[in-house]
Design a protein around this ligand. Structure first.
Ligand code: G3I
Length: 345
């Protein structure tokens, strides 16, 4: 049997991918063929966010989430549901709410409905997503402003009651960085001190090739693991492109100079960058394997390079190469280095 990601890491941690909407609708037949061979965990990239699954108060679009659960069950794949409470991708009716009571009512109904419906059907929930600022303080979201500092504990308490058989996670980006990491530790400890269950923490892992903060990542695995919860890498991808600075979010293609600076690999990824990406992924997986007792799952944010959100962020229309499979679904050098990280470890 040929080595795949799934069978290579089967005794170590779950290995996942985000699934976009065409994939969940089973319109992307190439991805549908590849995913069950390579992955044993999936996270819906968009369809379980409030804006999509709860577009009008009390009206839910369960169809695609149910379809995802059926697909995952048939293929022995675990679903990480994403995400219950997030300041972004909120439906317009939530953003218009004024009173604390109405926000509390949405918050409670939304968590209860989704967590109970999928209990025993999904493996885990990202209960709260991206609640922290870079300095470790709580982000001024509608939830913080209307419900106060305890809203995160409240969200986990509601989720625990509604979904007793589901793993419950806090998920965020840059929480490997010291200040934000300290904020994340405080969030977890506050939940635990309230006697509420939290099973794991998701480090998103949107990094840049050549700039991966390996030391902070390792410290984070150790520090979060010491809290008695699983550590997940939940949205892993390594951008090969420079970030336009100072809020310059003008689209590419406006000038040749802009493209040369910010979209340099439209014609293909140079070999040196291919090597950099591969060696960064290899080093990351060596680190994950070293700490595999603490790590529950490693999920890539997308199947192939052409499907990555990083082609459209922070500007649209770039050509990025952040994943293990190329635009034709062929495994890249980075894929083979990830597999090798296991056989050489
Ligand atoms: O599907 C609609 C399409 O019908 C419409 O015409 C088009 C016009 O804008 O939008 C399409 O929806 C977009 C969707 O992606 C699917 O492509 C949304 O506008 C766009 O906002 C959405 O972006 C997603 C983003 O979260 C915001 O929700 C990305 O796909 C998704 O990769 C990204 O994922 C987040 C995680 O949830 C949390 N952590 C960060 C990560 C990256 O931003």
């Amino acid at each position: 049997e040929a080595a795949t990601l799934r069978n290579t890491f089967k005794d170590d941690f779950l290995i996942g991918t985000a699934m976009n909407t065409p994939q969940i609708e089973q319109r992307d037949t190439k991805a549908a063929a590849l995913i069950p061979k390579q992955f044993d965990a999936v996270t819906p990239e968009n369809i379980m966010k409030a804006e999509e699954i709860h577009p009008q108060w009390g009206t839910y679009n369960f169809g695609l989430a149910d379809k995802l659960v059926a697909y995952a069950t048939a293929n022995n794949i675990r679903v990480n549901a994403h995400t219950l409470i997030w300041h972004s991708q909120l439906p317009a009716y939530v953003r218009r709410l004024q009173s604390a009571d109405s926000v509390r009512q949405f918050f409670t109904e939304h968590i209860n409905t989704l967590a109970s419906r999928y209990d025993g059907k999904v493996y885990s929930w990202d209960v709260v997503n991206e609640a922290l600022n870079e300095d470790g303080t709580l982000r001024k979201s509608i939830f913080l402003q209307k419900l106060g500092d305890d809203y995160i504990v409240d969200a986990f308490r509601l989720a625990q009651q509604a979904a007793p058989h589901t793993q419950l996670y806090y998920n965020d980006y840059n929480i490997e960085q010291p200040k934000k990491r300290a904020g994340a530790v405080a969030v977890v400890q506050k939940i635990q001190a309230a006697g509420v269950r939290i099973d794991g923490i998701g480090i998103q892992g949107h990094w840049r090739a050549g700039h991966v903060p390996f030391d902070e990542i390792e410290k984070s695995i150790v520090e979060f693991g010491a809290l008695g919860i699983k550590v997940m890498f939940t949205e892993l991808d390594l951008s090969v492109l420079p970030n336009p600075l100072n809020g310059n979010t003008a689209d590419v293609n406006q000038t040749a100079a802009y493209n040369a600076q910010y979209n340099p690999f439209a014609a293909g990824l140079p070999d040196s960058m291919q090597q950099q990406l591969a060696s960064d992924y290899e080093q990351l997986f060596k680190l994950f394997l070293k700490h595999k007792d603490k790590i529950g799952r490693v999920t890539f944010w997308g199947v192939n390079d052409g499907q990555s959100w990083l082609n459209n962020w922070p500007v649209r229309g770039r050509t990025n190469y952040p994943l293990l499979f190329d635009r034709q679904f062929a495994p890249k050098l980075a894929y083979y280095k990830v597999i090798e990280s296991k056989t050489k470890s």
